[in-house]
Design a protein around this ligand. Structure first.
Ligand SMILES: Cc1cc2nc3c(=O)[nH]c(=O)nc-3n(C[C@H](O)[C@H](O)[C@H](O)COP(=O)(O)OP(=O)(O)OC[C@H]3O[C@@H](n4cnc5c(N)ncnc54)[C@H](O)[C@@H]3O)c2cc1C
Length: 338
């Protein structure tokens, strides 16, 4: 049996760890963050466990493949996931005003009833795996027999196999010269696009629970309070900037861009500006696959001889389902199951 170090405890790291432990391999998972989840990121407005929560990374996900759908069935039955059926609108800007029309898609959208971060963490907790957080890998060296990962804090970890699920730019930096022969890492600066995210308190809007923006600086706004089934007022809205806008302003913080993003939200939804209060801003430097992302069909990259694999949404067309399929596929190929 192999001993595998999975770097990154997001959805790709989760599915890799699930596959490898089910196949009887020894697995360690490390993440630089304080808790697992990666871009499935949820916070509360304060430390009180009853305080309203909001997702400020991924908002919901879809499950289109049979494999992924089967993997979440138990979560749906146990209430760790739920269906979310918001009334979604499309906002378009004309010369003088914003026009709203209902979004025609009737896609099934899944959410975590306590946020998506809780869903990822619940699944990690079901595994016989020690997930070590606040462990940032800063160097990775391999020889004919094993890999050694070194960290900002704590001793090194050795493993026969390495599975990296971190964004492309960070994977390239860690692999150093070895990254040169990995075609998928070729165009790293543009493999991922950024996203500035704001969470604001604002009133509920009659008949509008989420908005796809076709114009302006925003791409999406969602009423988190509606997602959580909470009736408290005011509501918490998550606003995501458009990828091209965020890429252009990638060196600015979310707070620095807040006025522009909030202006688009209040103008499009006719919400009085004085009723909108910024709760949190976050810049995701590597949010979603960008213009130079590899072909989504690749899904993962594995060198069986070097006992090295790369996975993550950036190799699989983005999204939670892509990340999950990527991690699982990479794990299976790495240990020679496919
Ligand atoms: C604002 C936003 C909105 C989104 N909305 C949606 C949505 O509605 N639906 C959807 O399906 N998807 C959405 N996504 C995309 C979705 O979040 C991702 O596709 C998915 O979570 C990626 O999972 P991953 O495991 O590939 O990467 P990540 O979740 O990024 O996990 C990588 C992990 O690696 C860790 N790491 C990085 N470097 C190191 C290091 N050196 N050492 C140790 N650990 C390290 C990180 O801390 C992180 O936890 C959204 C993303 C963002 C940012």
């Amino acid at each position: 049996m192999s001993n595998v170090l999975v770097i990154g405890a997001g959805v790709a790291g989760l599915s890799a760890a699930e596959y490898l432990t089910a196949a009887g391999h020894e697995v360690a998972v490390v993440d630089k963050a304080a808790r697992p989840g990666g871009r499935c990121a949820t916070r509360r407005t304060d430390v009180d466990p009853a305080a309203p929560w909001f997702d400020y990374g991924a908002q919901y996900f879809t499950a289109r493949s049979d494999l992924f759908r089967r993997s979440i069935q138990a979560d749906l039955e146990a209430g760790r996931l739920a269906n979310w059926q918001p009334s979604i609108n499309i906002a378009e800007k004309t010369d003088t005003t914003w026009l709203f029309s209902p979004s025609p898609d009737e896609r099934e959208r899944l959410i975590g009833p306590r946020g998506l971060n809780r869903w990822v963490r619940d699944r990690f907790e079901q595994l016989p795996v020690d997930v070590q957080c606040e462990r940032r890998v800063n160097a990775l060296r391999g020889d004919a027999k094993q890999w050694t990962a070194r960290f900002d804090q704590g001793g090194p970890i050795q493993a026969t196999h390495i599975l990296l699920t971190i964004p492309a730019v960070q994977a390239k930096a860690l692999l150093g010269p070895a990254a040169r022969r990995i075609a998928a890492l070729g165009n790293t600066p543009n493999i991922m696009s950024a996203c500035h995210t704001l969470v604001v308190e604002a009133p509920a809007i009659d008949g509008v629970e989420a908005v796809f923006f076709k114009d302006g600086a925003l791409s999406w706004a969602a009423d988190n309070t509606h997602k959580g089934g909470d009736t408290r007022s005011p509501h918490l809205w998550t606003l995501n900037a458009d990828a091209s806008y965020s890429d252009k302003h990638v060196e600015s913080s979310a707070e620095e861009l807040a006025d522009t993003l909030i202006d688009d939200f209040v103008q499009a939804t006719a919400t009085p500006r004085e009723q909108v209060r910024l709760v949190r801003g976050h810049r995701w430097r590597y949010a979603r696959p960008g213009p130079a992302a590899p072909d989504a069909d690749d899904r993962f990259w594995v060198d069986r001889q070097k006992r090295l694999a790369l996975a993550g949404d950036w190799l699989a067309g983005g999204r939670i389902e892509g990340a999950w399929l990527s991690g699982r596929g990479a794990a299976a190929r790495l240990i020679g199951d496919v």
